[in-house]
Design a protein around this ligand. Structure first.
Ligand code: IPD
Ligand code: CA
Ligand code: CA
Length: 254
């Protein structure tokens, strides 16, 4: 299996993601947390096609219910990252697919069908946007850049602390951004559209692929304490071009 075959599969989800009628079939999962027929169909399609392409690799997908992972090699899929955007026709949703192997993410793909942008990386081989190699921004301080923030919308109890942090960061940078897709935020950090991005709690499928994109583009990813993240587990995520990491860590923990 090579990454171009996997990218080709992921790109075949375009029609499903752009199907507004399917996006209107909505179920509530939790407070402000929804799933649509698009999420389900994209996941079913990729689960089946990936198992055909690489039968030995297990599968962890957001919409599959509880799954026990026993092997040391598995896909981590967010079929739609940015479901709330999808429901509102906001056109900022991505398909995010990572491959975990023996302790690390070795392949990451984030696909934005609305802009025909595929961000992809393999361990040790750099980061690409479509056919072009990309790098993180070269900003040396927050005053030279914009920063993406995540609001942890399904954990409203974190809002007080989150918004205090946003204010501190806003006061130091050119502006803050919020796309509504964690995977897109990580991809935009990887290709230098923003200096960094952080969110107080993400699930493995939100950040597994984006984590590798940022690292392969020359950036840095840790939790809010500066420790390495474990992409099998939920937790806080801070991704930057590396140069801004300490400045942001200080603001997160002020
Ligand atoms: C959510 C999005 C959102 C982020 C949330 C995620 P979903 O994923 O990435 O931007 O703030 O933390 O859960 O529910 O749209 O797949
Ligand atoms: Ca997600
Ligand atoms: Ca999702």
């Amino acid at each position: 299996m090579n990454i171009q075959e996997v990218i080709a599969l992921v790109k075949r989800t375009k029609e499903l993601v752009e199907n507004q009628e399917l996006a209107e079939h909505i179920k509530v999962k939790g407070p402000a947390d929804y799933v649509t027929q698009v999420d389900i169909r994209v996941q079913n399609f990729l689960k089946e096609e990936l198992s055909r392409l690489a039968p030995q690799i297990q599968f962890l997908g957001e919409e599959a219910g509880l799954q026990e992972i026993t092997g040391d090699s598995f896909w981590i899929l967010d079929p739609i990252d940015g479901t709330t955007n999808l429901i509102h026709g906001y056109l900022h949703s991505t398909v995010s697919l990572g491959l975990y192997r023996q302790g690390e993410i070795v392949m990451g793909i984030v696909y934005d069908p609305f802009r025909e942008e595929v961000f992809w990386a393999e361990k040790g081989k750099g980061c690409y946007l479509n056919n072009r190699s990309v790098r993180v921004a070269n900003s040396r301080s927050l005053s030279e850049t914009i920063i993406g923030v995540g609001t942890t919308p399904y954990q409203r109890e974190l809002a007080g602390k989150n918004f205090q942090i946003f204010r501190r960061v806003f006061d130091c940078c050119q502006d803050i951004r919020r796309t509504g897709s964690a995977a897109m935020e990580l991809a935009y950090t990887a290709c230098g559209r923003q200096g960094g991005y952080f969110e107080a709690c993400l699930q493995p499928w939100d950040y597994a692929a984006g984590l590798l994109l940022v690292q392969e583009a020359g950036g840095m990813v840790t939790d809010f304490l500066g420790e390495p993240t474990d992409p099998r587990k939920a937790g806080s995520v801070l991704a930057t071009n590396g140069l801004l990491h300490q400045e942001l860590l200080d603001l997160l923990n002020a």
